[in-house]
Write a protein that binds this ligand. Sequence first.
Ligand code: NAD
Length: 464
Amino acid sequence: MAITLVPNELDTDQALALVGELRSVFATGRTKSLEWRRRQLQGLIRLLQENEKELATALSTDLGKPAMNCFLGEISPPLAEARYALKNLTSWNKKSPAAVPMSFAPAKAWTQPEPKGVVLVVAPWNFPVLLCLAPLANALAAGNAVVIKPSEMAPAVSAVLARLVPRYIDPDAVKIVEGGVQTTTALLEARWDHILYTGSGRIGRIVLAAAAKHLTPVTLELGGKSPAIVTTHADIAVTARRLAWAKVTAAGQACVAPDYVLVESPVRAAFIEALMDEVGTADRFAETTRIIDERNTARLTTLLTDHGGIEAVAGGPRTDGTFAPAVIVDPDPSSKMMQEEIFGPILPVIEVENLHAAIDFINRREKPLALYLFSAAAEDEETVLTRTSSGSVGVNHIYYQTMLPELPFGGIGESGMGAYHGKTGFETFSHRKSVLRKPASLDPSFAYPPFSSMMQRIMRFMAR
Ligand code: NAD
């Protein structure tokens, strides 16, 4: 019997029934066929191509995002994921042979991927289309049934996805479940075969604890304070422009936004001057994204009142819900601004003596989701890559390292666990099964105990 979803929140019984329903669909085996997977990926591509305007309108309602940013940040990346999966599906799904030693002969060994089963994707509000549909592309490529829980804080996008997805993608195998904390809590009671959660570490811990009850594997895409280092070998004008653009885009509400800048002493003054110019004229980026709600506006405003640094550019809330970008020089490292993820258009700049001091500063803190280095020197790059640990690194630019399906996307430590995008996403939602086959036709008695002393010597020799 089909489940009628309540419009507001799901209770545990409904969540369990929903998963049961998807489990029966998965058990028919239809999601496993490559043909089904291709049709769903093609459906997802058409959904994104045919409804860009509608999705952009919803994104504008929820967040005030400009249309071109919607295309670049929300439509184009899941499109690229779906297209890339479609192109590579056959090769990803192939058996992969494993070498068999002489002592095992005759035998054939290989691995082959199989879908994990019924998976849950829980998404946040900041890139509400991308963070629902890019994991969906990966999960469909791997042949899973999927439940997506969009964020209740982006209700217009959530409603559009709930309406559009069943029109383009097998509605029995993929469900969009709208709702808030109660719904997510109910969904987390159920047994899933994988959960991909994107959001804060606080909720990530709740998800991980719920998954532990069922030994469900989890991918956690979290956030944190992503640093940018500016060395004396940086192109200062370009660096300032890129950092200003990145911090203003989506009003800094991006998990991989540069959270703060560490600048080497000799270029401090020049960099701050260039940054002040760029941020002072940030309106030319035509960014209109609002801070998601009043609570977050108040949080950002508080950060600006108590940091112990110098206001190089004084930002703050505007009446239209946007937030004028701010640059704060040398804030107190113990201030909230330097302790919590900023997630808004405020950029602290801290002077460091040299690259080693910058690296020490970063390594004394949690491992970030992204780390940015601005330098033309190969030795700076080598030093940073070998002496720091982060989910990803962008050298001389921001965000681009997260947008290629060829590169896995994920954090480490406090910034997350596991990864997705491209082939890594396919593998995240697959189980790689090991198989070994021996013919029954050859079954000599000397292969069984008790072993003769000659056989023992041969076995020991072959095991070497
Ligand atoms: P959030 O954790 O508050 O919400 C995300 C999801 O969790 C929502 O769908 C919500 O319904 C659910 N949720 C909220 N409270 C819950 C509870 N008590 N129990 C169960 N589920 C609950 O995150 P957010 O504020 O929406 O997003 C901001 C954070 O996400 C930032 O830290 C940011 O860096 C991070 N983020 C990470 C990535 C990434 O890909 N790594 C992307 C975007 C955002």
